[in-house]
Design a protein around this ligand. Structure first.
Ligand SMILES: Nc1ncnc2c1ncn2[C@@H]1O[C@H](COP(=O)(O)OP(=O)(O)OP(=O)(O)O)[C@@H](O)[C@H]1O
Ligand SMILES: O=C(O)[C@H](O)[C@@H](O)[C@H](O)[C@H](O)CO
Length: 197
């Protein structure tokens, strides 16, 4: 069972890549956009960036979804911006992570830390802006892209993550993620076998 979070700034391709990957793997897909309260979508549509107070209840709801799927033994893919380290800790460990020191959960070896794999879709603001210009019918104001990059804290050790360039086709990105998942699975199996002896 795997819990994947496809993360990145607005327009990086989280919904597109996440849904294609879920279809290819036959896993459930959740789009975090569907769980923003109206107040959040209204703010973003007006070009007002969200703040921690706007995002924390939303992230707690998404954590509950991940834990529900984990309890059901169901692999799942969540498309979610997850811009800050604190936000990713909330997705992994729930609301208590708001009050934990920066690496406390990782230092304690929080059991859920290893269960969630973050996949950062990484690329230039120019390319993402060009894609947002072409996107139609989405509530997110394209002018918010700068604030997204200003807020982004890219994942780093000891977080469980991989980085994939968004400057490829959707199918190439999906294939690259599948290969990484396969390698991760082989590695985990090898470690379990070593530990068993
Ligand atoms: N690899 C890609 N190549 C070309 N176009 C892409 C790629 N990935 C996404 N797109 C296009 O870029 C736009 C943004 O993609 P998408 O809506 O999936 O991003 P997002 O990160 O989910 O954005 P938001 O967080 O605002 O919902 C869409 O029009 C999508 O069709
Ligand atoms: O954390 C945030 O600021 C939001 O989640 C954005 O990153 C998303 O792109 C928004 O949901 C639009 O889809």
């Amino acid at each position: 069972m795997v819990l994947l979070v496809v993360m990145g700034v607005s327009g990086s391709g989280k919904s597109t890549v996440g849904s294609h990957l879920a279809t290819k793997l036959g896993w459930k897909f959740y789009d975090a956009d569907d769980y923003h309260p109206t107040e959040n979508t209204k703010k973003m549509a007006q070009g007002i960036p969200l703040n921690d107070q706007d995002r924390i209840p939303w992230l707690c709801k998404l954590h509950d979804i991940l834990m529900r799927e984990e309890s059901a033994g169901q692999s799942v893919i969540l498309a979610c911006s997850a811009l800050k380290k604190m936000y990713r800790r909330i997705l992994v460990s729930g609301g208590d992570a708001v009050y934990s020191k920066s690496n406390q959960l990782e230092e304690q070896g929080d059991s859920a830390t290893g269960k969630v794999l973050f996949i950062l879709l990484d690329g230039s603001m120019e390319l993402i802006a060009s894609r947002l210009e072409k996107r139609r019918g989405h509530f997110m104001a394209p002018e918010l892209l700068q604030s997204q990059f200003d807020t982004l804290e890219p994942p780093s050790a000891p977080e469980n993550f991989i980085t994939v360039s968004l400057e490829k086709s959707v199918s190439e990105i999906v294939s690259e993620i599948e290969k990484s998942l396969h390698l991760e699975k082989c590695f985990s199996r090898a470690v379990s076998e070593l530990n068993a002896h």
